[in-house]
Design a protein around this ligand. Structure first.
Ligand SMILES: C[N+](C)(C)CCCC[C@H](N)C(=O)O
Ligand SMILES: O=C(O)CCC(=O)C(=O)O
Length: 465
């Protein structure tokens, strides 16, 4: 049954023929907004009923909205419509009855929403799409325009043209490596945001001016989030004494690798700070951007890229008598792991020393898999990929262990390194919290002043919720 509130002979039909299209006013002209600075998606807009002369200066431009028995359509411009299912909109109501504004948890019982839920009517308001539901209480919901745009799924709009601000790099990063000053980080959140923004964009960052002590380095690590304790301890201060059953505790060279491939959930960040190196040489640090190398491999040999994206690699940490780590599932995870939704490369997992028996390869896969990792290794070790840097006491480095591989050259003499792991969720949570303040997105900016919206310091329309 159609709930026609108004019908406008629209020049386009966003929903099934005959859908009720909310007419701002019969014949309301569809005008090209010539004002400079109007975002492209809102260049063509229906103008709210022509205002009386004295109100002309306060024109409000709103999308056109339509609804039918199953969906609501929002016309951003004549060629760009989003369609939201009624059940989806009702489920995502964030009024105080449906959504706990402090805890940011759903109060609404999703399963009591009638399957045939539909609007009594929809109308475009300056603050967003208003829906009055045909429920006994005529429940009313408001959805901010920018939130609808960010969460549009038919079609997806938020990712269109979204350019990842990740900077892929090779050896030339040596000319201007991402760096922040310790004092800036310790002074406050702005410096911490700059540091973590470096890591988000480049996959690593140096921190200069760090007091060359384990205590100062531990305190710095904890600015990001609580340290992730493992069988190597919490904050580590290590040297080449095999204090732990791992080659990191020797003088051996370590090829480019990511840590914790034997964990189901490898740590997110790894912080290193060289405290001293006396009576010897070597121990130079190696950094390689796994995302950069993967992009090279994908161009050079897509088949090898696909094999590394498909074949799971088992791994173990078995050097400590009291622990024997393997990931779950034991077959492990592929070397290149992608976001199932965007298909974007999200994680590199690679440590050939910690790799276990490849007992699950199909016979036809064996030779092509070895060929693929041979090419992968060749790309990792190319002069164009490797960034060698000699750490000094006072300069720490933090590495995104899901993206950047690290290693070191062999060394002799007495070398003391300290550092810590930080969980990937702790890192991403801290960056998200800082971003709310230092780089709010269009949804946060456009809804910040709406009533009952920023509660307990957090905007209920945060796209992370
Ligand atoms: C960082 N710390 C020195 C504590 C331990 C290093 C462990 C290295 C291990 N082979 C891995 O790849 O995870
Ligand atoms: O000793 C170093 O410089 C790095 C050691 C290492 O790769 C690790 O601990 O994972």
């Amino acid at each position: 049954m159609l709930r026609a509130s108004h019908l406008l002979r629209a020049s386009f039909r966003p929903l099934a023929r005959g859908a009720a299209t909310h007419a701002l006013r019969r014949g309301a002209p569809l005008v090209r907004n010539l004002k400079a600075g109007i975002p492209s998606s809102s260049r063509y807009l229906a103008t709210v009923a022509p205002a009386a002369p004295e109100e002309q200066k306060q024109e409000t431009h709103l999308p056109i909205v339509s609804s039918d028995a199953s969906q609501v359509a929002v016309g951003w411009d004549p060629r760009t419509w989003s369609r939201f299912h009624n059940i989806w909109l009702r489920d995502h109501c964030r009024c105080p009855k449906c959504f706990h504004s402090i805890t940011k948890q759903r109060l609404l019982n999703t399963f009591e929403i009638p399957k045939d839920i539909a609007p009594l009517h929809v109308s475009p308001k300056p603050d967003g799409l208003q829906v009055v539901w045909s429920s006994s209480d005529s429940h009313t919901s408001l959805y901010p325009w920018e939130w609808l745009k960010q969460n549009s799924y038919d079609p997806p709009l938020a990712r269109q043209g979204e350019i990842s601000d990740k900077v892929l790099w090779g050896s030339k990063i040596a000319q201007a490596p991402p760096t922040v000053a310790y004092d800036e980080v310790m002074q406050g959140d702005a410096g911490l945001f700059k540091w973590l923004s470096n890591v988000d964009r480049f996959g690593f960052s140096f921190i200069t001016g760090v007091p060359p002590t384990p205590e100062a380095t531990e305190e710095l690590s904890e600015k990001i989030g609580f340290i992730r304790e493992t069988h190597y301890g919490k904050f580590w201060d290590f040297t080449s004494d095999l204090a732990k059953g791992d080659t990191a505790y020797t003088t051996l060279a370590l090829g480019a690798h990511t840590d914790n491939t034997y964990f189901t959930d490898p740590c997110g960040l790894q912080l290193f700070h060289l405290l001293s190196h006396t009576g010897g040489t070597g121990g130079t640090t190696l950094l390689v951007d796994g995302f950069y190398v993967a992009s090279i491999l994908k161009g050079l040999n897509p088949s090898a890229y696909n094999i590394l994206s498909k074949v799971p690699v088992p791994a173990h940490a078995a050097g400590e008598p009291t622990s024997l780590y393997r990931p779950n599932p034991p077959a492990g995870f592929s070397t290149l792991n992608h976001d199932r939704w965007s298909n974007e490369l999200m994680q590199v997992r690679w440590n050939n020393d910690d790799r276990s028996v490849m007992s699950h390869l199909a016979p036809t896969e064996v030779e092509e898999w070895y060929e693929a990792i041979r090419l992968w290794n060749k790309c990792l070790k190319s002069a164009d990929s490797e960034y060698w840097v000699q750490l000094q006491p006072g300069t720490a480095v933090v590495v995104d262990n899901h993206r950047v591989l690290h290693g070191r050259s062999a060394f002799d003499g007495k070398r003391r390194m300290c550092g810590a792991y930080i969980g990937v969720d702790e890192y991403r949570s801290k960056l998200a919290v800082l971003s709310e303040t230092f780089s709010p997105d269009s949804v946060l900016r456009s809804t910040a002043t709406l009533p009952e919206t920023v509660v307990n310091g957090r905007n209920i329309w945060n796209v992370a919720l």
